[in-house]
Ligand binder design. Structure first.
Ligand SMILES: Nc1ncnc2c1ncn2[C@@H]1O[C@H](COP(=O)(O)OP(=O)(O)OP(=O)(O)O)[C@@H](O)[C@H]1O
Length: 436
């Protein structure tokens, strides 16, 4: 839970997403409303339901990214699912409650991570003791232990090899129950790991490694000891009920209008199935029942053919906040390449930096990349900012391959570099259809 104000939330989102202010404001308010709800007295708190959001906009313009970043900011359990997944052959009437079960699974992993962070200091101390024990032996005198502790802190023992006894988490069945393409959890099968977890309970395994390597391993081993499954699961269920966010993509594809004949029934069926989840119901999961009343749903779709008004009226009512996201322009691409914290230009510079190749971008290089991405989007298919990934990958293809032989070099990505590496390709629509 975060106590950031809507303005602060938007400015955090601004670090990663260019434009799309309406959508940012809507999700910021939704998050703030959760905080507001928490401040209320018990009797009124349960009456306040989240106002779910419908994001309307073409592919690749930031719908998922905004929602995912919001969840990260709020440390909220998050899951993205495609509504159409529930209409595939063989999946008609598929259990939409699985969405909540998958959300719980994601929340358990996330909660464990967060709690691990919280117990890290304790775990760190315990890990130190174990390393000293491994070096000095269990019956070492206090003075000896202190001497090693000091050496350890000074990093003098980093290369010393030790043998450690660790909890064995490997699956003794070697994945023989895995069914390709159909993870157990989705089939509602019992998790094999859980089934045999108890049997594996006390198993340990011996491993040799250096002190430096052992630290990370030991800290996570110790942290796990401090966190029992029940505590983690209870906290995760609570997080799902109070803070969970479900991102329902392609909601427009389950409207009757989308398909003239056949299919309609099952498509509308999906909407009917989804309704109770959004209205609030209790889903049973293997970790306990989950009330969905306060989970935030963000539905999204391009709505090129079907319109929001083609959704079931009840569903429309449950998605009262509508925001439109606009298609991205060449200027947006320039900003995405330069202004965001995770900009691709920064990523490629960092990656090449590991090979001692110094990459820098000039303004005309950035403009050329943005222009090509916008042109290909227009001539082939508009896939939004995703086009930047394919364009960048192609521009860097040669350098990515040869970088280890070029350490010490400086590469300036200017217009002519971009032109040399993909100018010809981008000019041919047939070719760019396949490679960009
Ligand atoms: N406005 C934006 N600013 C910065 N990056 C963006 C923006 N829009 C999209 N991106 C980047 O493009 C990629 C795809 O965006 P995203 O997943 O949000 O698409 P989407 O709108 O949810 O589309 P779809 O409905 O097809 O999933 C992401 O990696 C994201 O970082």
């Amino acid at each position: 839970m975060t106590d950031l104000t809507p303005r602060e939330i938007v400015s955090e989102l601004d670090r990663f997403i260019i434009g799309q202010n309406d959508a940012k404001r809507a999700v910021a308010v939704a998050l703030r409303n959760r905080w507001r709800r928490k401040q209320l007295s018990d009797d009124i708190r349960d009456e306040v339901y989240p106002k779910n959001i419908l994001m309307i906009g073409p592919t690749g313009v930031g719908k998922t990214e905004i929602s995912r970043r919001l969840a990260k900011l709020a440390r909220a359990p998050f899951i993205k699912v495609e509504a159409t997944k529930f209409t595939e052959v063989g999946y008609v009437g598929r259990d939409v409650e699985q969405i909540i079960r998958d959300l719980v699974d994601a929340a358990i992993i996330q909660t464990r991570e967060h709690m691990r962070e919280d117990v890290k200091v304790k775990a760190h101390a315990a890990a130190e003791d174990r390393v000293i024990e491994a070096i000095a032996g269990t019956d070492a005198r206090e003075a000896t232990r202190e001497m090693f502790r000091k050496k350890l802190k000074d990093g003098l023992l980093d290369d010393t090899e030790i043998e450690l006894e660790l909890a064995d988490t490997s699956n003794p069945l070697g994945g023989m129950f895995d069914i390709p393409g159909q993870p157990g959890s989705q089939m509602g099968m019992m998790n094999i790991g859980d089934l045999f977890g108890k049997a594996m309970g006390g198993r340990t395994t011996k491993k040799r490694m250096t002190v430096a390597e052992s630290y990370e391993v030991l800290i996570s081993d110790e942290a796990d000891k401090l966190l029992d499954d029940e505590t983690v699961n209870a906290a995760a269920l609570q997080a799902v009920e109070q803070n969970g966010i479900v991102f329902l993509d392609e909601i427009d594809k389950v409207c009757a209008r989308q398909e003239a004949r056949g299919g309609d029934v099952s498509r509308e069926g999906v909407q009917r199935d989804l309704l109770p989840l959004i209205e609030g119901t209790t889903v049973s999961t293997k970790h306990g029942p989950v009330k969905t009343d306060h989970i935030l749903f963000i539905a999204s779709g391009a709505f090129h053919i079907a319109k929001p008004s083609d959704l079931l009226p009840e569903l429309q009512g449950r998605l009262p906040i509508r925001v439109e996201l606009r298609a991205l322009t060449e200027e947006d691409f320039v900003r995405i390449l330069t202004e965001t914290d995770n900009a691709l230009t920064r990523q490629y510079t960092a990656l090449m930096g590991t090979e001692e190749v110094v990459v820098s971008f000039t303004d005309d290089g950035i403009s050329a990349l943005a222009k090509i991405a916008a042109d290909v989007n227009q001539s082939v298919e508009n896939i939004g900012a995703r086009r930047l990934y394919t364009v960048m990958e192609r521009v860097f293809e040669e350098l990515s391959f040869s970088a280890p032989d070029r350490s010490g070099e400086e590469i300036i990505v200017n217009a002519s570099f971009v032109e040399t590496n993909l100018g010809e390709l981008a000019k041919s629509m047939d070719v760019s259809r396949y490679v960009l």
